[in-house]
Write a protein that binds this ligand. Structure first.
Ligand code: NAP
Length: 271
């Protein structure tokens, strides 16, 4: 089979970021994203710093709250409520994963819907599932934006998602269902994963297991989206079977951050 089309998130994210920067500059105040990090996980620290940097580069303000690793749910919720009430903060991002003592759902649900620019609250999930307006979970929204940009048909198409986390697999399934796709969601307890992946016209790998998806698991001609961080959940040989594939890095990752910035400006414009 010929080389697959590369679904580049870098170019599309750059376009989206330029539009976001122009919208931010047109506001009479600085749209501001508050980032909240609990603990010192090096990966999370790096991602938060990158999001703050992207804010600065595109004319958004950023405010950072760093809490100790032993922060309780009540303490974290209090911080999120305070940020939620602060008129100078337009969007709030709570970096995950959170330390195990924290009730993650209680924390995400403490973020007011209008400032939940990362789309992680239960209310944002419900809005996405019901096709109602609101901020979307950024990685799923970025994936759909990328597929739309490359004119990948969604309506009526068989999609298999490998992964069912609250920030990726589940909201993506809800959003694709709202777009009339026929969605199968797989997870660690799925029997015969390959039987489900081989059926998919669009296959989304979102398991965080490098190389999990091999060429034999991909339907010839499928569109493959790899949401895993470097080196990716899709083995290199799978690209030989796919008709289109997202690169890692440079596929889903830049789209996630671009959606976050764009939704922060959406929130600021709505004030
Ligand atoms: P997560 O919370 O760890 O969830 C992983 C999901 O994959 C779970 O539903 C798990 O099943 C399933 N899974 C794990 N091993 C599996 C296997 N062998 N077969 C089938 N399913 C399996 O991870 P996440 O936060 O959703 O992230 C998933 C990946 O996306 C990670 O690589 C992460 O780094 C990446 N990510 C990328 C971005 C980006 O911007 N590029 C953003 C977020 C996440 P169970 O539910 O049964 O445990």
């Amino acid at each position: 089979m010929s080389s697959p089309i590369v679904l580049s998130g870098i170019e599309l994210a750059a376009e989206l970021n330029a539009a976001t920067a122009a919208r931010a500059a047109a506001l009479p105040f600085t749209p501001t994203l508050a980032t909240v990090l609990v603990g010192d996980d090096p990966g999370s620290t790096k991602y938060v710093q990158m999001k703050q940097r992207r804010c600065r580069e595109h004319g958004l303000g950023s405010r950072h709250v760093h809490l100790p690793a032993d922060t309780s749910t009540a303490e974290l919720v209090a911080v999120l409520i305070e940020l939620g009430a602060d008129p100078a903060v337009h969007g709030i991002l709570l970096q995950h994963p959170l330390p195990s003592q924290i009730d993650e759902r209680a924390a995400f649900d403490a973020i007011p819907l209008l400032k939940d620019v990362d789309g992680t609250s239960s209310a944002a999930f419900a809005a996405a599932a019901l096709g109602q307006p609101g901020h979307r979970s950024c990685t799923p929204a970025g994936i759909i934006r990328l597929l739309d940009h490359y004119d990948v048909e969604l309506a009526g198409v068989d999609v298999t998602i490998v992964g069912r986390s609250a920030i990726l697999g589940k909201p993506l399934a809800a959003m694709l269902t709202a777009r009339d796709a026929t969605v199968t969601v797989c997870h660690s307890r799925t029997r015969d994963l390959a039987a489900h992946t081989r059926r998919a016209e669009i296959l989304v790998a979102a398991a965080g297991r490098p190389g999990l998806i091999t060429a034999e698991m991909v339907r010839p001609g499928a569109v493959v989206v790899d949401a895993g961080f470097t080196p990716g959940d899709v083995a290199p040989d799978a690209a030989e079977v796919a008709s289109a594939i997202t690169p890692v890095p440079g596929g889903v990752g830049p789209m996630t951050v671009a959606m976050l910035l764009s939704q922060t400006v959406d929130a600021a414009e709505a004030v």
